[in-house]
Design a protein around this ligand. Structure first.
Ligand SMILES: C[S@@+](CC[C@H](N)C(=O)[O-])C[C@H]1O[C@@H](n2cnc3c(N)ncnc32)[C@H](O)[C@@H]1O
Length: 227
């Protein structure tokens, strides 16, 4: 994608979500499409951590109003630091307000930033998650490599986005959502896999799930011997 296009894509996403932030939590899309993703992440994380000791650090990219980071804080998962990052300042502010109700132990913080330039040191997190945000990124491979930089050896990346590889998904995401949101790109399943491979992830797997619309999760691990 050309630089000008990339800037336009990012600005469109930022403007859309700055404007949507206040009503986002009460929207039908949030209820039917986005929320089920959080349960998919919780399930994956719980299954993965079941045999592991010790607390973990987690970063949620494109965290929106911060519902998923707050759910982690309230869960019985052993999280030490929970960070949410979003490009829209107004989303971060909504998320920060939510903390007062849902984060009694002050585990969570929110950062305003761009997924392409993540302001954290290498190998800071055990898990990086990203739900329903990836299709807004103009340089998707760059973002997956940047996510990979932040994950410690043995850690995991989990991305959820719309599944556009069947007829329903294609109509919903490539036709309808693309016409409404403009300048978005839902990566096909095989492309997502190749992003993970190129960034050096191993043990990559996908799982498709359906709520109102089809979506899929891609999970990859950073090799334990990674230096
Ligand atoms: C549909 S919302 C999803 C929010 C949340 N993850 C969820 O599932 O409810 C997409 C989010 O991605 C954020 N976003 C878009 N482009 C971004 C970028 N380049 N870097 C970080 N966040 C971005 C938007 O501001 C928005 O909050």
């Amino acid at each position: 994608m050309m630089i000008q296009d990339a800037r336009t894509t990012k600005k469109l996403a930022k403007d859309t979500f700055e404007a949507w932030a206040e009503t986002y939590d009460h929207s039908l899309l949030n209820y039917f499409l986005f929320r089920p993703s959080y349960y998919t992440f919780l399930e994956e994380i719980a299954r993965w951590r079941a045999d592991l000791d010790g607390p973990f650090n987690i970063l949620d990219i494109g965290c929106g109003t911060g519902t998923f980071p707050c759910m982690i804080a309230l869960s019985n998962l052993d999280a030490r630091h929970i960070v949410g990052l979003d490009y829209a300042m107004e989303m971060c502010q909504q998320a920060a307000r939510k903390l007062q109700r849902f984060d009694p132990d002050h585990l969570v913080s929110f950062v305003n930033g761009d997924s392409e330039h993540l302001p954290f040191p290498d190998a800071m997190f055990d898990i990086v998650t990203c739900a329903n945000s990836f299709h807004h990124y103009p340089h998707q491979q760059v973002v997956v490599s940047e996510m990979r930089r932040l994950i410690r050896p043995g850690g995991r990346l989990m991305i959820i986005d719309g599944f556009r590889d069947n007829a329903i998904g294609w109509v919903v995401f490539d036709v309808v959502i693309a016409a409404i949101e403009k300048s978005v790109h839902h990566a096909p399943w095989t492309t997502m896999r190749s992003y993970f491979e190129q960034a050096g992830f191993s043990e990559i797997y996908h799982r498709k799930f359906n709520f109102l619309f089809p979506a899929f999760i891609t999970v990859g691990s950073v090799p334990a011997h990674d230096g």
